[in-house]
Design a protein around this ligand. Structure first.
Ligand code: BG6
Ligand code: MG
Length: 216
């Protein structure tokens, strides 16, 4: 059996596809300010914190705002985003995600969530996966954004597992780097062209198995 003792999962893009909701809400905000941005630019927002995402979008629109104004805009976007995720159902869990997390647990491997999102708790609740994680570290518990390893190190700490015995599952470059910076193994979820730094890249958790953890 693999020596991996814990699996730490990112949420957006790994367990659920919330990127589309983030995109809709950010697009609505940009449009309200009189500009637009592309889906390609949206790719750059994956794994990036709410405040940092807003700063990038304002930069693309060539708009300057004070910190107070930024706070109000981020809150507005979040209200729209929450309205959408409030409707989420368990059928929005990405293929194979629930099954793979369960197979880890059945094999005695601890599981944690490591996400930048401050809405993680609500999403897990909506999709009925809260009880499948031994630790939940989200945007409310960290002060340093990925690629800083804080979110994953806190997860390993709560699980009482050494970082070298953890594997992180991530769809964002910043997240893959965060895992590496934390001294953990990392499985990229997406394309090898983008996530080449990861120890292994699969297209989704439906492609994962405990067998594939063994060489890590
Ligand atoms: C990450 C997403 O998981 O969470 C980002 O990939 C998002 O797109 C970030 O900006 C913060 O999420 P939230 O829900 O706290 O605004
Ligand atoms: Mg992600």
């Amino acid at each position: 059996m693999s020596k991996i003792k814990a699996c730490i999962f990112d949420l957006d893009g790994v367990i659920v596809d919330t990127a589309v909701y983030h995109y809709k809400a950010w697009k609505r905000l940009a449009n309200s300010l009189g500009f637009d941005f592309t889906e390609e630019q949206n790719e750059k927002l994956k794994g990036v914190s709410r405040v940092k995402s807003l700063e990038l979008i304002l930069q693309w629109g060539g708009i300057t705002k004070t910190d107070t104004e930024k706070e109000a805009l981020a809150t507005e976007k979040n209200t729209w985003y929450v309205d959408m995720i409030n409707q989420m159902k368990p059928n929005e869990i990405l293929p194979g995600a629930r099954e793979f997390v369960q197979s880890c647990r059945d094999a005695g491997i601890k599981t944690a969530l490591g996400s930048a999102s401050k809405n993680s708790g609500m999403i897990l609740d909506k999709i009925g996966m809260t009880a499948m994680f031994d630790a939940i570290i989200d945007g409310n518990k960290v002060s340093k954004a990925k690629p800083d390893p804080e979110v994953f190190l806190k997860g390993a700490g709560e699980l009482h597992v050494a970082p070298k015995d953890c594997v992180v599952f991530e769809d964002a470059i910043a997240g893959v780097e965060a895992a590496i910076n934390g001294g953990m193994k990392v499985v990229g979820i997406g394309s090898p062209q983008v996530l080449g730094e990861a120890d292994l890249v699969v297209s989704g958790l439906s492609e994962m198995s405990l067998e594939k953890l063994k060489p890590l």
